[in-house]
Design a protein around this ligand. Structure first.
Ligand code: NDP
Length: 322
């Protein structure tokens, strides 16, 4: 079968389409035929070496497809089941083996492409808005990179929860998309001073929570967008890792809270994982949150897909089709 293999860290060119033999699924594992694969920024961090992964490897966590075989001891899944997952490695491939514990059955109403665009991005929004900081009606939130894969889901869900949503975006086209997805206010943070604009939009009151996946270029400005006791949620580093975090800033800027969450911790407990999926599937089934797939590419174009994501030229989700 074909898979994208990474033998060394580096630029998008290290993503090579190769023939790769999968062993049979081991105890507790499922063999899955990937029908659609989600592209996520974490795969850039892993490819460049910012996040370390043992080499060689096949990238990708988020995928949806069909069970083709099960290993010893697997009782929850059988060949033919439609399944999806946000986790593990090996998604950039025609088939993968993965632990049954990270799979969920896909409701008939959810297509493979939709699932591949939401299992990682949508579950991330679920925990960010419902757990890390539980958004309440009337809250004002700042969400950076609001027209991205995670961002467009977050705008819809946060508005659905009754928050006032301020989204930062890289250009005017992205501002339009974020506004259509539910952002009440958009800020062109490459041209405008986002701290000053947040103060202006909120009449000086600022935000209850800032969700920041941009990292280096929005820090420490994001802290200045928070009201006293506000929550700084740093959940990504698209512009580079924050390297000047100083816990004293939290006291100086108003007894702030800060956290650096990751999806892995939230889905490690299977009961919690299934509850999160139920919440996500229900907001999608109700139509409150639509999952935007803006780009589809064959698996062989994984390198081009990474280039586009890093160049900030994508919006919404990109799906790779093996
Ligand atoms: P996006 O589609 O949001 O792409 C990243 C966006 O970040 C770009 O489109 C761009 O939007 C913005 N950006 C700002 N500065 C830069 C820069 N220097 N280089 C590249 N992009 C930049 O990606 P995803 O939806 O896959 O992920 C969004 C973020 O959420 C990522 O940081 C990711 O790591 C994080 N994440 C974290 C998870 C967790 O559990 N902790 C789970 C899932 C995602 P613009 O042009 O509008 O600025």
């Amino acid at each position: 079968m074909k898979a994208i293999r990474v033998h060394q860290t580096g630029g998008p060119e290290v993503l090579k389409l190769e023939d790769f033999e999968l062993p049979p699924p081991g105890p507790g594992e499922v063999r899955m035929r990937n029908r659609a694969v989600g592209l996520n920024f974490i795969e850039v961090y892993q490819r460049t070496g910012l996040y370390q992964v043992p080499l060689p490897y096949t990238p990708g966590g988020e995928s949806a497809g069909d069970v083709v075989a099960v290993g010893p001891g697997v009782t929850e899944f059988k060949p033919g089941d439609r399944v999806a997952t946000p986790m593990g490695f090996g998604a950039y491939a025609e088939e993968r083996n993965l632990a049954a514990a990270v799979l969920v059955k896909l409701p008939d109403a959810i297509s493979y492409e939709t699932a591949a665009a939401m299992m990682l991005k949508g579950l991330t929004v679920q925990y960010l808005l419902r757990s890390t900081y539980r958004v309440n009606p009337g809250d004002t939130i700042l969400f950076h990179a609001a027209a991205g894969g995670v961002g467009l889901i977050a705008c819809q869900w946060a508005r659905h929860l009754g928050a006032t949503v301020i989204g930062t975006v890289g250009d005017r086209e992205k501002a339009k998309l974020a506004a259509e997805a539910g952002a009440h206010h958009t800020i062109l943070y490459r041209e405008e001073d986002f701290v000053a604009r947040v103060a202006e939009i909120t009449g000086g009151k600022k935000c209850h929570v800032v969700y920041d996946s941009v990292g280096k270029t929005t820090y420490p400005g994001s802290l200045d967008c928070l009201r006293p006791f506000g929550m700084f949620v740093s959940f990504g580093n698209a512009s580079g890792a924050i390297d000047n975090f100083n816990i004293l800033h939290l006291s100086q800027k108003g007894s702030l809270y800060a956290t650096r969450p990751t999806l892995g911790t939230h889905v490690a407990d299977r009961a919690n994982y299934l509850k999160m999926c139920e919440d996500l599937f229900s907001v999608v089934a109700s139509g409150a949150v639509k999952i935007p797939v803006h780009t589809r590419r064959p698996l062989a174009e994984a390198a081009e897909a990474h280039r586009a994501l890093e160049a900030r030229s994508t919006t919404g989700a990109t799906v790779l089709l093996p």
